[in-house]
Design a protein around this ligand. Sequence first.
Ligand code: KG4
Ligand code: ZN
Length: 349
Amino acid sequence: MIKLCLAIETSCDDTSVALVEADGFVRKMVSANQDFAHAPFGGIVPEIAGRNHSQTLLPLIDHLINEAGIQFTDLHGIAVTNRPGLVGSLIVGIVTAKSLAQALKIPLMGVNHLEGHLVAPFLKDESYQPKFDLSEPYIALAVSGGHTSLYHVKAFGDYQILGATLDDAAGEAFDKFGKMLGLGFPGGVLVDKNSQNGDPASYAFPRSMIKEDNFLMSFSGLKASAQRLLENMSEDEKLEKRSDLCASFQQAIVDVLMAKLDRAVDETGISRVVITGGVSANSRLRQAAPDWAQKNNIQLQIPPLRFCTDNAAMIGYAGVMRLNRGESSDLSLGPSPNSWPQDFVGKGR
Ligand code: KG4
Ligand code: ZN
């Protein structure tokens, strides 16, 4: 039985490490954000992300172990994100995890980053306890900068894709809109912040595919429509209308996500729902989803912000559950920009 697992997450631009127990209790997590390094470029630069991980990761692990007051020999296993993600970033975490597993003679588990997001709502710590556990099927909306998908989670490790975005991820749309408005990087949080006093009905942004009887989504039309609108506005007007623009753009995304989620619950008859991934930090989504859940008698779980955005704790929980099922990765574990074919069932519709 693996009781304590060290987890490493370096799939994109956040370096994160955590100590996770077998039941998903997060004993400690520390993360290093790289926004300062990518902000001047208005987006993530893969080479810079990889270089920063390689400078940050080992000192961060040292810090984690010290802060937790444990020794490396107290670890029973190591979980590391090995897919999907930026290859140059993933490699840093994988090589470190392999070396530590070899040196400590403990098992290693390569984890799919998206599986991490799917179990994130069930993590626990001193101030968060989920309302239901992952022993029964649930619907998951995983919405981040790289992915926007709806899953029917039949059991841990058994994931059916109901549908996904055909083009941009919702987080990507937020980030691009933030950039168009000159808000800075990363745009999602800044669009959210600037939307606070805005009127969400002031601009009629498109809600692509919202009425279609499927689980597919598309956010590229929304982005193009925003681009056209902003091109015809003066800088002063953009500034003056900033909060209305942000609120309206945000509302269009939230409406689409909620409509597809509602359809998933209707079609599957499953009334346990989680929303996970970086965009689940969005304040409008965090208002709309509980209202919808209450009206429709749905058990809803959205993790706290620290478990929404990329974090190692979710990788640790997925990893420790897999290790305790008798699975492990060998030293040939490598990075993959995509999920493996066996990770998810179906392509969605
Ligand atoms: O899950 P995550 O940390 O990384 C990926 O796996 O992509 O998600 C990051 C995404 C970014 O696009 C970011 O702008 C978005 O989540 N995001 C938000 C908010 N906080 C983060 N989008 C909208 N509102 C927010 N409050
Ligand atoms: Zn993510």
